[in-house]
Design a protein around this ligand. Structure first.
Ligand SMILES: *Cc1c(COP(=O)(O)O)cnc(C)c1O
Length: 392
């Protein structure tokens, strides 16, 4: 396949499946669970299904492969495996590399589903799990004691946009013999590429910016030098494979990934600055703001700061709730990364199960609102936020 240089060209063209029979410009949807398998066919059923040779869609499918090649190219990786959701990618990856007695190190502020999986489900399998403070590089590295098998990082995090100095942590983990996975969902490969800093595997929830239209679920595991065959064998037996229709929507959505991220970066910065100067806002969390405690690190790690902005509404929880329900253009819903702006409250969504003392310790206040800034005109977004804050 042709190697492209620019991220926009890669977004549009990498991975595309050329259908010589019809000349179709777009990758066809191979909506088939099974493929011809004649008697005497020498292909094996042990998971070593080579690209371009298909047996059964749980093992692999040409539409899914096209999206996988595009994601691998965007992340500077050699291989990608797609899954039915981000959590399917996460659970399959963790169950591939960890067994009873192994030690897993992660951070306090990771995605709620990943935290739940590690804290309650992996520990019940006899895996030793420990969570270090996200923004404290020293403490994270200290937690990677010799014998640690895997380190799971996420940067920036939800909802406070904390950063991990992942190049430093990766270096230290490798010195101690541990492999490192980075959840790159918030940044996307347009803003940061952890494989280039030596991460062994990058996980992405394709449900968010990759798909970009809030119309599908997807998860990806991308590697460079790491052998991906064990993850593929695990995907086959756990069954979290991706459906061809979702793969088509994903590959189609990703054609505008670089274009959309440019807009999310611009709108995110503009809205963060606007809210920081707003008299009815106490505090704004955005890596691109100079007031962000890790702004210097953000400049080092990220090419753009994304579309996720969190802020505290003056007047406490009630005022924050009133402001949210007064928004007209911005919709109240969980999830993020779509073309439309969405708003939610960590208190009653992502962090509803976290006890109040623990939320306070993590710095998540009751008046905190999380905004996924879409690609609408920024003036319209400002107007909606302003009228909503005023009516609160
Ligand atoms: C949404 C999300 C996930 C989980 O992805 P799903 O597609 O919902 O399973 C994992 N990590 C982060 C950072 C997310 O935002």
């Amino acid at each position: 396949m042709t190697e492209f240089k620019g991220q926009s060209t890669i977004s549009v063209h990498s991975g595309e499946h050329l259908d010589r029979e019809t000349g179709s410009v777009n990758t066809p949807i191979y909506q088939s669970s099974t493929f011809f398998f004649p008697t005497g066919d020498k292909r094996t059923w042990d998971g070593e299904v080579p690209d371009g040779s298909y047996i059964y869609t749980r093992y692999g499918n040409p539409t899914v492969s096209a999206a996988e090649r595009k994601i691998a190219a965007l992340e500077s990786g050699k291989h990608c495996l797609l899954f039915a959701s981000g959590m399917a990618a996460t659970s399959t990856t963790l169950l591939t590399y960890l067994k009873a007695g192994d030690r897993l190190v992660s951070q306090e502020d990771i995605y709620g589903g990943s935290y739940n999986l590690m804290r309650y489900h992996l520990t019940s399998l006899g895996i030793d799990v420990s969570f270090a403070p996200t923004a404290d590089t020293g403490a994270l590295i200290e937690a990677i004691v010799p014998g640690t098998k895997l380190v799971w990082l996420e940067s920036p995090t939800n909802p406070l946009l904390k950063l991990v100095d992942y190049p430093e942590v990766i270096k230290a983990a490798h010195e101690r013999g541990a492999m490192v996975v980075v959840d790159n969902t918030f940044a996307t490969p347009i803003n940061q590429r952890p494989l280039e800093a030596g991460a062994d595997l990058v996980m992405e929830s394709g449900t968010k910016y990759f798909g970009g239209h809030s119309d599908l679920l997807a998860g990806a595991a991308v590697v460079n030098d790491l052998d991906i065959a064990p993850v593929m064998r695990k995907r086959i037996v756990l069954g979290g494979s991706m459906d061809p229709m979702a793969a088509f929507l994903l590959e189609r959505g990703m054609k505008t990934l670089a274009l959309r991220m440019k807009c999310h970066n611009q709108n995110g910065s503009a809205i963060a600055e606007y809210l920081e100067d707003h008299p009815l806002v106490d505090r704004v969390y955005y890596p691109g703001l100079e007031s962000h405690p890790q702004h210097a690190l953000a400049r080092k790690l990220m090419a753009g700061f994304g579309g996720m902005v969190s802020f505290e509404v003056k007047g406490g929880r009630k005022a924050a709730e009133r402001a949210m329900s007064s928004m007209k253009l911005v919709k109240m819903a969980t999830s993020l990364g779509g073309v439309e702006s969405l708003v939610s409250m960590p208190l009653n969504s992502s962090h509803a199960a976290v006890p109040p003392e623990e939320r306070a310790r993590l710095g998540i206040r009751d008046n905190l609102v999380r905004l996924s800034v879409g690609i609408e005109d920024v003036e319209d977004l400002k107007e909606d936020l302003d009228q909503a804050l005023r009516s609160a």
